[in-house]
Design a protein around this ligand. Structure first.
Ligand code: PLP
Length: 386
C-alpha cells in the first residue's frame, strides 16, 4: 500500500464531495446562464456553493468570485490592481504563482519590493515598517506558507499597513490556510484573499478570489458576464459544487481534522528528533497542524524523496526543478538557510487519511536512509514543491 504524505500539493477528493458533484456531471448539465429550469438548477447549485465557500472563511457570498484555481486568483489580483508603474510589496516567501505574477509587472514599469522573513520564517514587522515609509499600490502577504507551514501574524502586519499606508489594498494567499486553521476574511481586514479547492479535499479546477469590494477588480475574462461580469465563461458547475461541499465539510470537521493532523505531526517530530541528521525548519514557529519540513544532512532532497518513493511513501522536496538543474527553495533561502541545507529539504504534509502506522513507517524509512541502510538507488526525476 502506498502512503501519501503530500497533502499540501493536493488532496484526495472526498467521497462526499464526489457524490455532491456527480449529478452535475450527469443529469444537471444545464448552462447556469440559461433561464429555463435546466439552467436555473445549476445556477442555484453555484449560488449554494458560493454560500458554502464564503462560510468557510467568514465572507458574504457576494464577496466570493469563483476561479479555476489558486494560481488564477493570485495572478488576477496582481494583474488587476498593479497595472502599470506601481509599487508592489510582496513577501519573499510567497507561492510562485504570486511571485511570478508580481515579477511580470516589472515589465510594465512597476517596482517590486520583497519583504524579508526572520530565520524562523515569520514576517518581520521592522522590515515591513521600513517598506511602508513609501506609498504602496498593492501589498500581498500569505496567511500560511506551503513549505514550512508557518502561520504568519497577518492581523498584526495588516494593522501596521493600515496605520502607515491606509489606502494600500492588501491581498492574502490563504490557499494553504483554509481548511487547516480557522480563517476569517472580514476580521483580517484585507481586501482580497485567494483560495483553492483541491487543497481541502475538493476537486481540481476550482478556486476563489474573495474580495471586500472596496477596490475595483478589472474583469479577468470578458464575454457573457458570468461572475457578476468579472470572469466571463460558462461556469465549471461540478467543480464549483464540489468546492462548496468540500468547504462545508472543512468547516464542519475543522476541529477533528486539526486534532488528527496535530497528533500525527507531534509523533513525526518526536521520531525525527531522534535521528541525528535531521533539522526541522521553523521548528519553534507557529505552524500549520499538518506540515513538517526538514533536511537530512548529507542527502539531496530529491534523492531522499525518490528513496522514500521506492518505499511507497510520497512526500515533497523543497526544491524547484527544471530539466537541467535543481534550485533550492526560495522560502528556505529567505530564512537565511544555506544552499546546501536547503537542497536537502523534504516536506511532509499530513492529511485526514493518514494513520499513526504510516507515520511510524515514514520515521523508520528516514532513519534507514540516514543510516545509509537502504538499497534503493532511484533515478532522479524532476519534481516541484507546491
Ligand atoms: N498558493 C499557495 C500557498 C499554494 O500552496 C498553491 C499551490 O500549491 C497555490 C497558491 C496555487 O494553487 P493552485 O494549485 O490551485 O493553482
Amino acid at each position: 500500500m502506498s502512503i501519501y504524505l503530500d497533502n499540501n500539493a493536493t488532496t484526495a477528493l472526498d467521497a462526499q464531495v464526489l457524490d455532491a458533484m456527480l449529478p452535475y456531471m450527469q443529469q444537471h448539465f444545464g448552462n447556469p446562464s440559461s433561464v429555463h429550469r435546466f439552467g436555473r438548477t445549476t445556477k442555484a447549485a453555484i449560488e449554494r456553493a458560493r454560500e458554502q465557500v464564503g462560510a468557510l472563511v467568514g465572507a458574504h457570498p457576494s464577496q466570493v468570485t469563483f476561479t479555476a484555481c489558486g494560481t488564477e486568483a493570485n495572478n488576477w489580483v496582481v494583474k488587476s490592481v498593479a497595472k502599470t508603474k506601481q509599487r508592489l510589496l510582496v513577501s519573499a516567501i510567497e507561492h510562485a504563482s504570486l511571485l511570478a505574477a508580481a515579477q511580470a509587472q516589472l515589465k510594465q514599469g512597476s517596482e517590486l519590493e520583497l519583504l524579508p522573513v526572520t530565520t524562523a520564517g515569520v514576517f518581520c514587522a521592522q522590515s515591513l515598517e521600513k517598506a511602508l515609509q513609501k506609498p504602496v499600490d498593492l501589498i500581498s502577504l500569505m496567511l500560511a506558507n506551503n513549505e514550512t507551514g508557518v502561520i504568519q501574524p497577518l492581523a498584526d502586519m495588516v494593522k501596521l499597513c493600515r496605520k502607515l499606508q491606509p489606502h494600500a489594498p492588501i491581498h492574502t494567499d490563504a490557499c494553504q490556510a483554509a481548511g487547516k486553521i480557522s480563517v476569517d476574511f472580514n476580521s483580517l481586514d484585507v481586501q482580497f484573499m485567494s483560495l483553492s479547492a483541491h487543497k481541502l479535499y475538493g476537486p481540481l479546477g476550482a478556486g476563489a478570489l474573495i474580495s471586500d469590494k472596496t477596490v475595483a477588480l478589472e474583469p479577468l475574462l470578458s464575454g457573457g458576464g458570468q461572475e457578476r461580469g468579472l470572469r466571463s465563461g460558462t461556469e465549471n458547475t461540478a467543480a464549483i459544487v464540489g468546492f462548496g461541499k468540500a468547504a462545508e465539510l472543512a468547516l464542519a470537521k475543522l476541529k477533528n481534522r486539526t486534532a488528527h493532523a496535530a497528533q500525527l505531526k507531534q509523533q513525526l517530530e518526536r521520531g525525527l528528533s531522534s535521528i541525528d541528521k535531521v533539522t526541522i525548519f521553523a521548528k519553534d514557529s507557529h505552524r500549520l497542524p499538518n506540515t513538517v519540513q526538514f533536511s537530512l544532512a548529507g542527502f539531496h532532497g530529491e534523492t531522499t524523496l525518490m528513496k522514500l518513493d521506492c518505499k511507497n511513501i510520497a512526500v515533497s522536496s523543497g526544491s524547484a526543478c527544471d530539466a537541467d538543474k535543481v534550485e533550492p527553495s526560495h522560502v528556505l533561502l529567505a530564512m537565511g538557510i544555506d544552499e546546501q541545507t536547503a537542497l536537502g529539504a523534504i516536506r511532509v504534509s499530513i492529511g485526514k487519511h493518514n494513520t499513526q502506522q504510516e507515520i511510524e513507517q515514514l520515521i523508520n524509512a528516514i532513519a534507514q536512509i540516514a543510516a545509509g541502510g537502504d538499497n534503493c538507488s532511484p533515478n532522479l526525476i524532476a519534481t516541484n514543491s507546491r
